[in-house]
Design a protein. Structure first.
Length: 240
């Protein structure tokens, strides 16, 4: 007599990541690449619009300062950049599963995008030689918040993809600290409308390091092994 064999469905692993459809998640992660590229292209195009602007000695914030000829272009493109960063953060959240560190990273990037959406249009600095107002003070405060969020995002994500990504993230953090300090030392000279040689270079190394980290993070999340259980993690054990 023939027997009917009923296949028992395999129970869902407690540590299995919950993901959005792969197409949607891929599109969200692509936003991280687009955000980094758009920011870099914007700074180049804006500098070309402003005759006499020096990428070596002037900051990126000056490109959208009050009265800067490049401000209209930069404000629009930087707002798009911030929206892309938020979308990328949603892609990270969708890829994180139960990895709390990646969810924290996603939260930090959402914060970065939201701060940018406020700071760029509403709190620009003034051009050099013009007396600062509340917008300059708020711009400095929001910039400090952005730096903190970036450091936290990199720090929390550092251990998510093995030793290689950990080392790369640590090198990025050291770069941000060193060149951030060098740029900060030029701050009083900028406020006093004095020459600031290499300020633009120091800042662009800082920003470039962060943007490159976004690209590397997006690529790491695209890997098929992202959802796989890491060696040494038992079923039911929550990953950090």
């Amino acid at each position: 007599m023939a027997e009917t064999i009923h296949q028992v469905p395999e129970p869902t692993r407690p540590d299995a990541p919950r993901e959005t459809p792969s197409g949607a998640r891929t599109a969200l992660l692509l936003c991280g690449v687009l955000a980094a590229l758009l920011y870099a292209v914007t700074t180049v195009l804006a500098g070309m619009q402003w005759e006499g602007y020096s990428s070596t000695s002037q900051t990126i914030s000056e490109l959208f300062a009050i009265g800067a000829p490049s401000r209209p272009l930069v404000v629009v493109l930087f707002l798009v950049h911030d929206v892309l960063v938020i979308a990328f953060a949603l892609g990270i959240w969708a890829s994180a599963g139960r990895r709390r560190a990646l969810r924290v990273t996603a939260g930090m990037l959402i914060g970065i995008g939201l701060v940018g959406l406020v700071a760029t249009p509403f709190f620009p600095i003034h051009l050099r030689g013009v007396e600062g107002t509340l917008t300059d003070t708020m711009h400095a405060a929001l910039t400090a918040v952005l730096v903190l969020l970036i450091v936290l995002a990199i720090g929390f994500a550092a251990g998510a993809f093995g030793k290689g990504f950990l080392l790369y993230s640590l090198v990025t953090l050291v770069t941000l600290v060193v060149f951030g300090a060098l740029a900060g030392m030029q701050g009083p000279h900028m406020a006093a409308n004095e020459p600031t040689p290499w300020l633009g270079v120091f800042e662009r190394i800082n920003v470039g390091g962060y943007l490159l980290w976004l690209l590397v993070l997006a690529v790491a999340l695209w890997r098929p092994s992202m959802g796989a259980r890491r060696p040494g993690v038992n079923a039911g054990q929550r990953e950090p």
